[in-house]
Design a protein around this ligand. Structure first.
Ligand code: AHM
Ligand code: MG
Length: 334
């Protein structure tokens, strides 16, 4: 069985950039993931983990204690590995600069955007939650200069690494570097990630639609009509409805079983709810690498020019055929 480190070394010629950098990036990600995994597994046993921290984040949402723990775990872990120069996180209003020694100027050239703990409202009720990450090589500005916001506002099609960690019935790290999507399951007794899901791909034959149908009344007409279409008794429909309200969990299931994930604009969220840079872009990169399509309903997610760090977008991802069908409904009704 391949460990993650062995897999990277074995496939080194398929990466477009330094194997050493990739190993360092993964070393940070694995370290933080293991620390979070340990805490998540203790939820319920100690008051220090579950529940609200009493603070709100930049989006005005209540931060859970584990949100803050996960945010700190990733920042500390990236700081210690001399590979990243800046991080933007869902839990922090501004981007964070990682100070570096002069001699590391050329090494610390990666930009990370991260949702340290997505779906955190599910922590207290034992439903899978996840970390989502997105990495860009170099910066938009000169390496000698201080980082600016421009370094973070890169289009999703420039990502060199993206993935998620799902803390579920087991803990799995799923990523792409542009050469397919691969999943590694944590063996908690050894603390090692082993290749368990090579070449993940949306299967042929779509089955599932995932959307918060409780919002039906505040969806645009195109979405309402697509839901009706999913429920029709025709061809291979009706599809099964599955929605746990945890993007990583819903996405992971849909990629393995064949389903579409939809978070459209609503009356309450006119620009959509999910964040482009650290939720939608990484999931879109994974989707395309798994043979699917990711769209805001009209255009490709990966081609959107970000305007600010916490920008939201409507988000649709899944098997090519399903996403194209939904785009057709949006064109015809909205
Ligand atoms: P979060 O980043 O505050 O956790 O919110 C993102 C989550 C996604 O994981 C999930 O798909 C979505 O919000 C669920 O939203 P809703 O409860 O409105 O359906
Ligand atoms: Mg989130």
């Amino acid at each position: 069985m391949y460990t993650l480190g062995e897999f990277i070394i074995e496939n080194r010629e398929k990466f477009f950039y330094s194997t050493e950098a990739l190993l360092r990036l993964f070393s940070s990600i694995k370290l933080a993931a293991k620390a979070i995994n340990k805490e998540v597994n203790k939820a319920g046993l100690t008051e220090e983990i579950i529940g609200s921290s009493g603070f709100t984040n930049i989006q005005g949402e209540t931060q859970q204690k584990l949100d803050q723990f996960a945010h700190k775990a990733f920042i500390e872990s990236f700081k210690s590995r001399n590979v990243v120069c800046g991080i933007a996180s869902e839990e922090s209003k501004d981007f964070i600069i990682i100070e570096k020694e002069k001699e590391n100027l050329f090494q610390n050239k990666y930009i990370v955007l991260i949702d340290p703990l997505d779906g955190s409202s599910n922590i207290d009720v034992n439903i899978p939650i996840g970390t989502i990450f997105s990495v860009y090589i170099r910066r938009n500005t000169s390496i000698q200069m201080d980082l600016t916001i421009e370094d973070f506002l890169q289009k999703g099609n420039k990502q060199i690494l993206a993935g998620y960690i799902i803390y579920g019935s087991s803990t799995i790290l799923v990523f792409t570097t542009g050469n397919g999507v691969h999943g590694f399951t944590l063996d908690p007794s050894l603390g090692t990630f082993y290749l368990s899901h090579p070449n993940l791909h949306f299967p042929k034959g779509e089955k599932i639609y995932s959307i918060n149908e409780g919002n039906y009344a505040i969806f645009p007409d195109g979405i309402k009509n697509f839901i009706k279409y999913c429920q029709e008794k025709k061809e291979n429909r009706p599809y099964t409805a599955r929605y746990i309200g945890s993007l990583v969990g819903d996405f992971h299931r849909n990629m393995i079983q064949g389903g579409i994930y939809i978070y459209p604009k609503t009356v309450y969220f006119p620009c959509g709810k999910l964040r482009l840079l650290y939720e939608c872009n990484p999931m879109a990169f994974l989707t395309e690498q798994a043979g699917g399509k990711a769209s805001d309903g009209k255009k490709r997610i990966l081609d959107i020019q970000p305007m600010n760090l916490h920008q939201r977008t409507p988000f649709i991802c899944g098997p090519m055929k399903m996403v194209s069908k939904l785009e057709e409904f949006i064109r015809n009704y909205d």
